[in-house]
Write a protein that binds this ligand. Structure first.
Ligand SMILES: C[S@@+](CC[C@H](N)C(=O)[O-])C[C@H]1O[C@@H](n2cnc3c(N)ncnc32)[C@H](O)[C@@H]1O
Length: 149
């Protein structure tokens, strides 16, 4: 999605923010990349997060069933495949989070990071900024981007 070049990532310290229940940090760590994930809920117990992931996925699938015809089923061939993929993703996340909570998974709340300036050479952010513009203000967006920079 970010069109990343794996060679470019070598030797870099990367931050995924907010990483949520994605498997990016788990996947990249497996190949030796230096990645840290941050999110507002990373002080939670892994089992609590696992339950939340399950509930959220059910909600997503229910909502999706009403607008299925508005999707282009190309990357995912069918809702069942999307569900399977989402589940695999959050299970990978939980497994890694269980082991690396407080180390590779750091709780933070935008618009303020608990990191030092220039600690990371690359910050990735997906499915967050500009997505919740009904709930998150212009100033929140501006301050979040400023903090990432
Ligand atoms: C839609 S998810 C995206 C997660 C991930 N980047 C992905 O693409 O799968 C948005 C995440 O932002 C987190 N979040 C919401 N407000 C936040 C804040 N102020 N600071 C940090 N994380 C926040 C939520 O908990 C949620 O996990």
């Amino acid at each position: 999605m970010f069109d990343l070049d794996v060679n470019y990532l070598k030797g870099k310290k990367i931050l995924d923010c907010p990483a949520g229940a994605s498997s990016f940090t788990a996947e990249l760590s497996k190949y030796g990349y230096n990645v840290v994930a941050t999110n507002i809920f990373y002080d939670n117990d892994p089992d609590i997060l696992k339950k939340k992931c399950k509930v959220e996925l059910s909600k997503v699938m229910q909502a999706l069933s009403k607008v299925e015809d508005m999707y282009i089923w190309k990357y995912f061939r069918a809702p069942a495949q999307l569900k399977e993929c989402r589940m695999t993703t959050y299970l990978k996340f939980i497994k890694h989070y269980r082991r690396e909570k407080g180390n590779r998974y750091i709780k933070s709340e935008l618009t303020k990071f608990p990191f030092t300036d220039n600690e990371f050479s690359l910050i990735l952010s997906s499915h967050f900024l500009f997505l919740y513009d009904d709930r998150l203000s212009y100033d929140f967006h501006k301050d979040s981007i400023q903090e990432m920079l």
